[in-house]
Each structure stands twice: as structure tokens, then as C-alpha cells.
Design a protein around this ligand. Structure first.
Ligand code: CA
Length: 222
């Protein structure tokens, strides 16, 4: 999962980024409203965590501009404690969830997981496709009940495809959601990664649609 974290307090931002990476999320950090708006407008994220009090452009204005431009990614806003008008305004502007500061990082992570699931039309934290089950709370993958050791990149790939099962996912979408800005983004590396993963989970689970991309077909696999 690729998350845009918009927060101008360096300590809070670093804590959230650490927690997100420990649950397998790739995190892009932005610390002002203009930069955040531009990134959210031009790049694909599975989720945005958006502080409302930001330099250059406040979080509500950023959110309203995304929504009026048709950007639909789930957005969780961080609000000041006790400021209910801010929360109401945020939800009216198109936020999907909110958390008041200060918060427990575990609650934030649980809400992040739930929002990403809901956006993909899934309700359970355990995603299944045929013999493969992905436990998004523990980042564990099993095949027919047996644990499968995977690298972080392999985990992100199988979790992304199963979260979006039934839909053909293009290589460029996968590259955008699996690799950080600093990683080598390369179609050949992706193909090698998919090949390796198919050997591990079973080649019938992840299918190739030549010229289009990859799909986990939940119905035929299960
Ligand atoms: Ca702030």
C-alpha cells in the first residue's frame, strides 16, 4: 500500500511513518499543503493521512480541491482534540474518517487498514483468494493454512493483487503502488518479482493477461 502522509510536525510525522512502514506500507511524506495537494493530484495513493493545520494551504482546502477535481482516494484527517466543527467540516468536505490528536498510533494503523479495505470493497482484515489468505494485521500469508515466508516487496505485491482481486492490474499501477520513490522502478524487475511470487503461491492464483497486466481471479481460484 502506498500512503501519502501530510503532517508538518516532524516528530508526529516520523512516528506515523515508522508505524506505517512496520505494517508494510510505503509512505510518502509531505509537510505543507501546496506540496500535498500537488502530489495527491498527480500521483496514485491507496490512502492519505491529512493533518488540517498546515503551512501554505490548510488541510481542508487541500481536501476540497482534490474532491472537486474528482480525486477519490480515501482520506483520514487528523484534527485538534475537541474541535468538533473541524471534524464536521472535514467530513462534509469528503474525508472518510478522522482521528483527534493526540491519538494512539495503534488506533491510527487500525483505521488505515480498515479504510484501505473498505475502499477496495473488502470487509475482513483477512483477504482470501482460493488457497491463499493474507492477514493484513500480522502481514502473514498462508497457502492452504501453511505460512509462506515472503520479502516485504513480495508481501506488498500479493496483498495488493488480492485486495483488488477480480480486476486486472497493470504493471505501471503495480510499480506506482509497490516501489518507493528511491527504489529502482523497472518493468523487468516487476516481472521477475511476479514470477518468483507465482512460484511461491501457486501459478494459478496470479494470472497474467498478456499486454494488460495481472489478475487474481477470486472466483475461479476459490
Ligand atoms: Ca499541523
Amino acid at each position: 500500500m502506498r500512503v501519502l502522509l501530510v503532517e508538518d510536525e516532524p516528530v508526529i510525522s516520523a512516528n506515523i511513518a515508522t508505524a506505517l512502514s512496520s505494517v508494510g506500507c510505503l509512505t510518502d511524506v509531505s509537510s505543507d499543503g501546496e506540496d500535498a495537494w500537488f502530489r495527491g493530484d498527480t500521483e496514485d495513493f491507496d490512502l492519505v493521512i491529512l493533518d488540517l493545520g498546515l503551512p501554505k494551504m490548510d488541510g481542508l482546502a487541500v481536501l476540497k480541491r482534490w474532491r472537486s477535481a474528482g480525486r477519490k482516494m480515501p482520506v483520514l484527517i487528523l484534527t485538534a482534540r475537541g474541535s468538533w466543527p473541524e471534524r464536521v467540516e472535514g467530513i462534509d468536505a469528503g474525508a472518510d474518517d478522522y482521528l483527534a490528536k493526540p491519538f494512539q498510533i495503534e488506533e491510527l494503523i487500525a483505521r488505515v487498514r480498515a479504510l484501505v479495505r473498505r475502499a477496495a470493497g473488502q470487509s475482513s482484515p483477512i483477504l482470501e483468494a482460493g488457497p491463499v489468505a493474507v492477514d493484513t494485521r500480522q502481514m502473514r500469508v498462508t497457502v492452504n493454512g501453511a505460512a509462506l515466508p515472503l520479502s516485504p516487496l513480495e508481501y506488498r505485491l500479493v496483498a495488493y493483487l488480492i485486495l483488488h482481486q477480480g480486476r486486472v492490474v497493470s504493471p505501471s499501477e503495480l510499480i506506482e503502488h509497490l516501489y518507493g520513490d528511491d527504489d529502482a522502478r523497472d518493468a523487468n524487475a516487476l516481472e521477475a518479482l511476479v514470477t518468483r511470487l507465482r512460484r511461491k503461491v501457486g501459478s494459478d492464483v496470479i494470472q497474467t493477461r498478456r499486454g494488460f497486466g495481472y489478475v487474481v481471479d477470486g472466483r475461479s481460484a476459490g
